[in-house]
Design a binder for this molecule. Structure first.
Ligand SMILES: Cc1cc2nc3c(=O)[nH]c(=O)nc-3n(C[C@H](O)[C@H](O)[C@H](O)COP(=O)(O)OP(=O)(O)OC[C@H]3O[C@@H](n4cnc5c(N)ncnc54)[C@H](O)[C@@H]3O)c2cc1C
Length: 255
């Protein structure tokens, strides 16, 4: 396994539970937007690595990651204290199922996330190819509190951004919900889909498995529930081997 060493260049703490950071990028580190890599720190002379989706799109010359802070987590209890110029280790072989190539062609693309499950979609929504393949790209992010809506301003402003407005051409839709606080939109994404509120709220066509495609990234419960819901709606799961109507990745492994 080839391990690359990259330097931390920027850090942003969103809340006491999440932060993001940018690093330098080796020219040899290639990935498809939506993939994850094993990254981490050298601790007591040994690499301690965990899976992390790449937030930055693959045309950028830096890398960015969004991270949870698990209080006693072997990696993140240390990673949350990194400083600019510290070294991060990255395995040079990214992988994953949340890649547009693993979906059939379609009309609307729904990217459904909770918590740090947002990370892989941050690269997909800034990829010009996504907008060549789909008419509308709808990103949903559900978190517990408003403060946890990472990248809120970037996402709200993506269609008006100096660079990315040319990429999205107004086709990008950002939708968030909060489950434990008052907010304009509350409740779990499963509720919004179950009673067809999501499509009418966004003023998009009702979900049709013949035309619409889905990527799901979140907790085990959320991914399981959404998988069942989309199967019931007539959509078929895709994989790295067979294209399908939806693809799934758990945002983290439960222990
Ligand atoms: C395919 C894949 C992609 C991933 N991408 C990311 C990512 O982009 N950002 C990220 O922060 N993590 C991501 N993770 C989780 C990550 O690999 C680690 O689990 C996390 O960094 C915590 O590491 P740790 O060693 O501190 O604790 P661990 O021992 O790995 O985890 C301890 C416990 O903390 C909880 N936990 C772990 N990660 C999360 C999380 N992201 N959100 C909520 N609870 C969590 C779980 O209950 C877990 O059992 C991903 C995991 C997988 C399988």
């Amino acid at each position: 396994m080839a391990l690359l060493k990259e330097k931390v260049t920027e850090i942003h703490h969103w809340t006491d539970k999440t932060f993001s950071f940018k690093t330098t990028r080796d020219k040899g580190f290639r990935f498809k937007n939506g993939e994850f890599a094993m990254i981490g720190l050298e601790i007591d002379g040994k690499p301690l690595l965990r899976a992390y989706s790449v937030v930055s799109p693959n045309h950028e010359d830096h890398l960015e990651f969004l991270s949870i802070k698990v209080p006693n987590g072997p990696l993140t209890s240390k990673l949350q204290h990194i400083n600019v110029n510290d070294e991060i280790i990255i395995n040079s072989k990214p992988t994953g199922t949340l890649v547009c190539d693993y979906l059939l062609e379609g009309r609307n693309l729904f990217l459904l996330s909770t918590g740090t499950g947002l990370a892989p979609f941050m690269s997909i929504i800034r990829d010009p190819e996504t907008y060549e393949k789909f008419e509308k790209v709808i990103l949903t992010h559900t978190v517990r509190t408003v403060k946890e809506l990472a990248y809120f301003d970037t996402l709200n402003g993506l269609n008006d951004d100096e660079i990315y407005s040319q990429v999205t051409q107004g086709k990008f839709h950002y939708f968030n919900t909060v489950t434990r606080e008052k907010w304009d939109r509350t409740g779990r994404i499963t509720e919004w889909i179950n009673n067809n509120k999501l499509w009418s709220y966004l003023k998009v066509e009702d979900f049709d498995p013949k035309h619409d495609r889905v990527m799901i990234c979140g907790s085990e419960d959320m991914t399981f529930e959404l998988k069942k819901m989309f199967e019931k709606l007539g959509s078929v799961e895709g994989s790295t081997k067979v294209q399908g109507g939806f693809v799934i990745e758990k945002a983290f492994a439960e222990k």
